[in-house]
Design a binder for this molecule. Structure first.
Ligand code: NAP
Length: 290
């Protein structure tokens, strides 16, 4: 693509941003769809978030992604926040509007689209959610909105699990999230669950760790979805498979949160065929062969 006077710019603000895969997703999309658009990473220092936002708006940027540690902090500088993102309390996508940026959260719909694409049904499921950080919060909201049968939310720090459960149950207007200490996993009912792994345990380079190591726990899981995508097969996934379950990594979640952001910026719908072509490029980059 030739960069010229009509080229639109999108980017990622965060700290760090150096290992991001987002430029690959968006620049591949722009190329495949013949859009005159470039996507670049912006390393933003603490204390510079609001001035970065103003600068981005002044420079006529079309949109931004926001990553750790600014997903909540950036909200104070927005002209408007989408209802879902407001509920979750975090944005990862900013869309240029008249008067400022509007914030969205595409992590949650991105995970849902990834699950649908993998043939995982969320509706009506008994769910175990591991973790109570930023990503787990979005997953808890997703579960509440998709009429799951119930969610056991297990976290190392019980107070954080309780806080996420309280907030989601309150906003959903029903008691669907049950908080538990991670160490109490043996008290889970004796049935088969969809387990969503949303802790950072097992993330590269600590690939020989799983948040729960006891094999007996994995007998309760029919499907395991790990939000981590590096490595492509986490120890959590290996333990699920060893007990006969299906296991998935989080690369498709990353893909679809990006696709949804691109759709918002360009006011279009990316076909599943194009999405899967971008997925192949991502897999190749990450040397994933399956
Ligand atoms: P975060 O806010 O820092 O939360 C980390 C979570 O991991 C907390 O629940 C924390 O428990 C738990 N944890 C950390 N170390 C632990 C340990 N040694 N033992 C037990 N629990 C531990 O992180 P996040 O933003 O939610 O991200 C979580 C994971 O999701 C990361 O691996 C990230 O890469 C992945 N992610 C993937 C995507 C995607 O597109 N695929 C998107 C977002 C995030 P405490 O509360 O007790 O500290």
């Amino acid at each position: 693509m030739e960069i010229n006077g009509y080229t639109r710019t999108c980017g990622l603000m965060g700290n760090p941003v150096e290992h991001t895969m987002s430029p690959l997703i968006h620049n591949t999309l722009a190329k495949k769809l013949s859009h005159n658009l470039v996507y670049v990473p912006f390393h933003v220092e603490q204390g510079e978030v609001i001035s970065a936002l103003k600068g981005a708006y002044g420079l006529n940027l079309l949109g931004l992604n926001v990553t750790v540690p600014y997903k909540s902090q950036v909200m104070e500088g927005l002209a408007e926040t989408d209802e879902l993102a407001e509920k979750i309390g975090a944005v990862n996508t900013l869309v240029r509007t008249e008067g400022g940026f509007k914030g969205y959260n595409t992590d949650m719909p991105g995970l849902y689209r990834a699950m649908c694409s993998e043939g995982i049904q969320l509706e009506g499921q008994d769910v175990i959610l591991l973790g109570a950080g930023g990503a787990a919060r979005a997953v808890a909201f997703l579960c509440a909105s998709k009429n799951v049968s119930g969610v056991y939310l297990l976290n190392r720090s019980l107070d954080k699990a309780r806080e996420v459960a309280r907030e989601v149950n309150e906003k959903a207007g029903k008691e669907c999230i049950c908080p538990m200490a991670l160490s109490d996993y043996e008290a889970l009912p004796d049935k088969k669950f969809l387990a969503i792994q949303a802790t950072s345990v097992g993330l590269y380079p600590d690939t020989d760790k799983a948040v729960i190591e006891d094999e007996a726990f994995y007998r309760k899981i029919h499907t395991g979805y790990d939000l981590i995508y590096k490595p492509a097969e986490t120890k959590f996934m290996r333990l699920v498979k060893k007990q006969g379950g299906r296991a998935f990594h989080g690369l498709k979640m990353l893909l679809y949160q990006g696709i949804i952001a691109y759709e918002l910026w360009n006011e279009l719908k990316v076909s599943e065929e194009t999405a899967l072509e971008v997925y192949e490029v991502l897999k190749e980059k990450m040397e994933i062969t399956e």
